[in-house]
Each structure stands twice: as structure tokens, then as C-alpha cells.
Design a protein. Structure first.
Length: 237
């Protein structure tokens, strides 16, 4: 069962389709997506995400809301031994990622073209080694803040499915959402911030590629902020 949200809304909000897809992209949704799509087995037993990949990868990462998939595809190309899951309800973005998978022959990506939360509810404990939540919709209006994907309930779920020492990476170019993220993570005792100085969150890490979205700086603010947290070790009896 999906955890009840303490300060968030369980319903999915956002677009699922945009402008009409080009024939090539539409073809990929019909042919390639079934090959790389994540299918949750029936029942409620915990799922090991490694089972979705060939060769039982040593690590599995997840990107929540991958947009056009540029970051996810880059990570998959750089870390070919890592299994990478991507969840994105916007089918135009899914089709864009599929084009990269086909062009670059990326065999270590599995795609959930839907809301990530039902999948997270099924994942086994400590089954993810890294999670990315990059530039999520800030839902700037106060009455919409409950729709933000970063909230206490989501962090509780991530703390369960992330392995000890696993890294949570977040980014935003919205200053209000940045404060929101920092407040929620500061209040959560299962995550510790890796930043020691301002440049640690103002400077992009070497293995964090730029994307076209970032170049647009849609919020009009001072630019992007890069946050890195570790899942603290679980207490042993």
C-alpha cells in the first residue's frame, strides 16, 4: 500500500501528453517502450529492481520525473554497469528518452511511463543505491504546495527503499522550493546533507550533466542549486 501523505497529495497532477509526436517517436512508444517498460508483478510482495535488468547489476539508481531524459541517458552511458530506472508520466518526455536509448544503444535503462509512487510502494527495503529528483514542478501557488513531490511522506518512502549510504540528489531553480526542500530534509533524521560550504551546493558536481531545461532558467531566479544527501546507516539491534 502507498503510504498516506502527511503533507502531500497522493493524486498525480501534471500533463501526460503534449504536442503531437513525430512518427518516429510514436513508433518508439509502440515498439521500444514495451521492451524497456517496468511491469510490476501481481500481488503485494516486495520487488527487487535488479530483476528488471539482465545480468543482475551491482547497483540500481532511480530518477523520478526525468523530463526529456537527457540526464538519465547521460548517467546510463557513463555508468553502463548500473541499472537505471526512470519514472515519467509525460509521454512526450518518455518518447524523447526512448530516442536516446535507441540511438546510443543503452541497455541499462528501464522506464515507468507513469507516477512513481505505486512502484516505490512495491520496492524492497534498501533496494536503491541512488535517487535523483531534479527540477520537479515547484507548484508555486500556496494552495498547490501539497502537490510537491518532495514532502515528508516521500522522504519516508525513499528512506525505506534506499540502501545505507545511498545518495539522494535534488535540484531546483526555484528559491521557494529550495527552502521547502531544505526544511523537509533538515527535519528528516534519515538523511544527512553532504554540503560543507556554499560552493558545494552552488557548483555542479562533475558527474551531473547540464540539460536544456536548466539553460532556460524558467524561474527567473539566481540559477540552479544542487543538493546531495546520504541515507544514514540503519540502526542495528
Amino acid at each position: 500500500m502507498v503510504a498516506k501523505l502527511a503533507d502531500g497529495d497522493q493524486q498525480f497532477y501534471g500533463r501526460r501528453r503534449g504536442r503531437k509526436l513525430r512518427p518516429g517517436r510514436k513508433r518508439l512508444l509502440e515498439t521500444l517502450l514495451p521492451e524497456v517498460s517496468i511491469e510490476l508483478p501481481a500481488g503485494d510482495a516486495p520487488v527487487d529492481p535488479r530483476a528488471w535488468f539482465t545480468g543482475n547489476p551491482p547497483n540500481v539508481w532511480l530518477e523520478i520525473g526525468f523530463g526529456a531524459g537527457e540526464h538519465l541517458a547521460w548517467q546510463a552511458a557513463q555508468y553502463s554497469e548500473t541499472g537505471i530506472l526512470g519514472a515519467e508520466p509525460y509521454l512526450n518526455g518518455v518518447a524523447r528518452l526512448l530516442a536516446d536509448i535507441e540511438a546510443e544503444k543503452l541497455g541499462n535503462i528501464r522506464v515507468l511511463p507513469d507516477d512513481v509512487r505505486p512502484m516505490l510502494a512495491r520496492l524492497g527495503d534498501a533496494s536503491l543505491d541512488r535517487v535523483f529528483i531534479l527540477f520537479p514542478d515547484p507548484w508555486p501557488k500556496l494552495r498547490h504546495h501539497r502537490r510537491r513531490i518532495v514532502n515528508t511522506a516521500m522522504l519516508d518512502v525513499l528512506a525505506r527503499v534506499m540502501a545505507d549510504g545511498a545518495e539522494l540528489r535534488l535540484a531546483t531553480d526555484d528559491q521557494d522550493y529550495l527552502v521547502w526542500m531544505l526544511r523537509h530534509l533538515e527535519a528528516h533524521d534519515q538523511f544527512v546533507w553532504l554540503a560543507k560550504r556554499a560552493e558545494d551546493w552552488m557548483t555542479r558536481p562533475d558527474d551531473w550533466p547540464d540539460t536544456r531545461y536548466e539553460g532556460k532558467n524558467r524561474s527567473g531566479g539566481p540559477g540552479s542549486t544542487f543538493l546531495r544527501y546520504l541515507r544514514v546507516p540503519r540502526r542495528t539491534a
